[in-house]
Design a protein around this ligand. Structure first.
Ligand SMILES: [Zn+2]
Length: 299
């Protein structure tokens, strides 16, 4: 039974869960619950979900928004779309029989990509999740970069100093507020003065409208600028893109831009291939990894 782990991905609106094997293959039906509105209800729902699987596995990995501590137990920072007190949940204590390993959702996606997707066989990759916000997962020499607190890989480095765009983190002009779907909305507003939704911009882009094309081009330039910095720091073999906005990333342009300006070595850009459930797959694979390390250190 140690060859199967439960993977859970907690999103702002839905919780997905399924059993995953060591190859990162989903081996049960993928089930869905709605994310409750309060931390107490989320905790209760997670207890129910894990209990449902406790006869099938004693290992669970959970992917969640927010930076996760070094013990894979708690969320360090409350995020915009999760309720207050979410950070008080002790994920390790959700079940007596099942060992639970928590990790940030973007880190889980990066780990799945590294183990099963375009990053397979590589050692140094950065995975950017482009959605309403931007998530990052960084693999260095085959290990997930966690930093001193566990929070490494946050994509809130500054793009400039002019305080043009307020970010969800409270600061100004972070990479996230340029490279996200929200960033695209602000870029379109910079170009046209019009405040319309990201969805409407994408519709205009699909209808070949000039300003939408301009906005998407500039959005890709911002992503490429950030990616140059990431490649300079981590000297990667691959920078891969996932998330709902990734289909609009101009991979060829981004790769050429990085390799034109980077001062380290050339890299590749690609779309992720680990799929829509990379979060829960990566969470399960990280749980296997942690379990293996724990067994090793006991010997
Ligand atoms: Zn920020």
């Amino acid at each position: 039974m140690t060859d199967i782990a439960l993977g859970i991905d907690i999103g702002g609106t839905k919780i997905f869960h399924a059993l995953v094997n060591k190859n990162g293959e989903i081996v049960s039906e993928i089930k869905k619950d709605f994310t409750p509105k309060t931390a107490i209800e989320i905790e209760k729902k997670l207890k129910e979900i894990i209990a449902d699987y406790e006869n099938q596995t004693q290992l669970a990995g959970i992917a969640s928004a927010g930076a996760c501590d070094l013990e894979n137990k708690k969320i360090l920072s409350s995020t915009a779309n999760m309720p207050e007190n979410y950070r008080n949940i002790n994920f390790k204590a959700l079940n007596d029989k099942v060992e639970v390993v928590l990790e940030n959702d973007a880190n889980c996606s990066a780990w799945a990509e590294f183990k099963t997707g375009t990053g397979k066989g590589l050692k140094n990759i950065v995975v950017l999740t482009l959605g309403t916000g931007v998530g990052g997962g960084i693999i260095v020499n085959g290990s997930l970069l966690k930093g001193k607190s566990g929070a490494a890989g946050e994509m809130h480095f500054k793009m400039h100093t002019e305080e043009k765009r307020k970010c969800t983190c409270g600061a100004y002009d972070c990479f996230e507020v340029y490279a996200s779907g929200y960033g695209l909305k602000l870029t379109y507003k910079d170009i046209t003065g019009e405040d319309i939704s990201t969805y409407e911009i994408i519709e205009k882009y699909n209808n070949n409208e000039e300003n939408a094309k301009k906005a998407l081009k500039r959005w890709n330039e911002y992503i490429a600028m950030g990616a140059v910095g990431l490649n300079d720091i981590f000297d990667t073999e691959l920078i891969a893109f996932t998330g709902s906005m990734a289909e609009f990333a101009d991979i060829k342009f981004i790769e050429e831009y990085i390799n034109k300006y980077t001062v380290t070595t050339k890299t590749k850009a690609a779309k992720c291939t680990a799929g829509n459930f990379a979060g829960l797959i990566g969470a399960a694979l990280i749980a296997f990894e942690k379990k293996a390390q724990a067994n090793f250190s006991q010997k």
